[in-house]
Design a protein around this ligand. Sequence first.
Ligand SMILES: Nc1nc2c(ncn2[C@@H]2O[C@H](COP(=O)(O)OP(=O)(O)O)[C@@H](O)[C@H]2O)c(=O)[nH]1
Ligand SMILES: [Mg+2]
Length: 238
Amino acid sequence: MKLSLIVPCYNEKPNLRLLIEHFRKAIGAQADVELILVDNGSTDGSAEVFREELSRPENQFARVVTVPVNRGYGFGIISGLRAARGEFLGWTHADLQTDPKDLIIGFDKLFAEAEPARCFLRGRRIHRGLFDSAFTAGMSVVASAALGTWLHDINAQPKLMHRTFFESLTAAPDDFSLDLYVLYAAKKAGLKVLELPVTFAKRNAGDAKGGGSLRGKFKLIRRTFRYIFSLRRGLSKG
Ligand SMILES: Nc1nc2c(ncn2[C@@H]2O[C@H](COP(=O)(O)OP(=O)(O)O)[C@@H](O)[C@H]2O)c(=O)[nH]1
Ligand SMILES: [Mg+2]
């Protein structure tokens, strides 16, 4: 298996059918690409939809990993990654804000590099509104100043990396800070960070639980800063 794509899904029932369909189109006939959908402790009846969709012959490129009780976004992704068989690993979100095609385009870009195993690819959002751009810029400046390396648009998707890098990670957090942690760890490991410009659409269905709402933004700020300072403490201890 060349590439495993992980999508953590938390109460995304109304998005699942379309999500799987878009991945089917994006992956096409590539038999060396697998999709791992993580049912991340959903309580909205997602399991039923997963069962139905994944029993269809055209969806055999996908399988589901079930986390019985939700423990956070990062925990969901890590659970999916543990089940992955691919040499390269990637993830994105389930609400169709990001196009599944971005993962395939991103992988082709990563794989065209001289040393793909020493690269880390991340999306960077373009064409955003002034408010969202300003918010992201503010977060980037604080995170970068605190951690001593330029970290911009941390929560953009997708993320793609070689398996050896993921396996080298020792302190992956269970919550939304996972994206910050891997980006920071990739830089510290001296990987070449590639950027893929992406457009983020509006969430397809359901409610935003992260930074997509104003309330979510405040929670994101608090959580991220707390996490940054715990990373810093880890740094000063050596
Ligand atoms: N809040 C939350 N989202 C999760 C979790 N596991 C997976 N996700 C997915 O993470 C993605 C981003 O969450 P979302 O609510 O859209 O955040 P936002 O776009 O930043 O507002 C969605 O596709 C969720 O389904 C979890 O434990 N908590
Ligand atoms: Mg979202």
